[in-house]
Design a protein around this ligand. Structure first.
Ligand code: NAD
Length: 281
């Protein structure tokens, strides 16, 4: 079984991006800039943002974090986004989710200029992705996609099963696999026989949030299995895939942690650089 090393793949991607930033700097005399808005003091969000900032600095991006207290008014955040939209030094804007209840998430997402939407959540980018046009692609599914392509460069005709239909993971993942000419089944909490669906798959991407949902006898021999889940349990962090069981059957599997997670941040940097490049055309 191939253990898909997300840490290594992310380090390689960051190294490529670092070179690209250096080239862009010499060509344009400026570097791509990422601005993250962090609202409130939720610890996981603070950790994510700190890691994003560290990685951005490492590849040479200009990075900035704007922090607001939990009590910040929605209007203040929307005004800041407008300001960043017209700031030429800002290539990418990310508002760290989740937001406090009094702030409308959709309004915030739609306020971001689609050309600076590094999370790929703006309806314009969602539409472009599903139409097969150039767009920002949500970072986690993009990371999954790059890991799958490392194992199997030609996905044409493969049967893929995506478990979970969130806007963040399942739906964009489906679009990326479709674009590669996979036959894709998207499954969710109302799917009648998830095991039977998974048993058909050459590729399984599990993004559910249920610890170890995908079991060993759900997986065909030679399947590639990507585990997006991050679940806190009494036994530590586990994914949505039962690692010990599935590793006995699958051709390739991502561990949790150290699989998809590191790729997510690296893809955020990639998206920032891609936004910058499109803005220079
Ligand atoms: P979500 O809660 O928004 O969506 C979960 C999806 O799973 C839903 O579409 C739901 O229909 C489906 N589902 C629920 N129960 C199911 C069942 N029994 N069978 C089949 N489908 C079922 O979750 P999300 O935001 O997509 O996150 C999923 C997981 O991925 C979580 O564990 C989250 O922490 C993790 N995550 C990881 C990363 C990363 O970088 N690795 C990034 C984002 C999210």
């Amino acid at each position: 079984m191939i253990l898909i090393d997300g840490k290594k793949a992310a380090a390689e991607l960051r190294a490529e991006l670092k070179e690209e930033v250096a080239e862009l700097k010499s060509k344009h005399n400026k570097v791509p800039g990422l601005t993250v808005i962090l609202i409130g003091d939720l610890t996981p969000s603070q950790i994510y943002v700190r890691n994003k900032e560290k990685s951005a600095n490492e590849v040479g991006l200009k990075s900035e974090v704007i922090k607001y207290p939990d009590s910040v008014e929605e209007k203040t955040v929307l005004e800041k986004i407008q300001e960043l939209n017209s700031d030429e030094t800002v290539s990418g804007i990310l508002v760290q989710l989740p937001l406090p209840k009094h702030i409308d998430k959709q309004k915030v997402i739609e306020a971001i200029d689609p050309s600076k939407d590094v999370d790929g959540f703006h309806p314009m980018n969602v539409g472009n992705l599903s139409s097969g046009y150039e767009s920002s692609i949500p970072c986690t599914p993009l990371g999954c996609y790059l890991l799958i392509k490392k194992i199997e460069p030609n996905l044409s005709g493969k049967k893929a099963v995506v478990v979970g239909r969130s806007n963040l993971n399942g739906k964009p993942m489906t679009q990326l696999l479709l674009k590669e000419n996979c036959t894709v089944t998207i499954t969710h909490s109302k799917t009648k026989d998830l095991k039977a669906e998974c048993l058909e798959a050459d590729i399984i991407v599990a993004a559910v949030g249920i610890p170890e949902l995908v079991r060993g006898d759900w997986v065909k021999r030679d399947a590639i299995v990507i585990d997006v889940g991050i679940n806190k349990t009494d036994n530590g962090i586990v994914g949505d895939v039962h690692f010990d069981e599935v590793s006995k059957n699958a051709k390739a599997l991502t561990p949790v942690p150290g699989g998809v997670g590191p790729m997510t941040i690296a893809c955020l940097l990639k998206n920032t650089i891609d936004c910058f490049k499109r803005s220079q055309i």
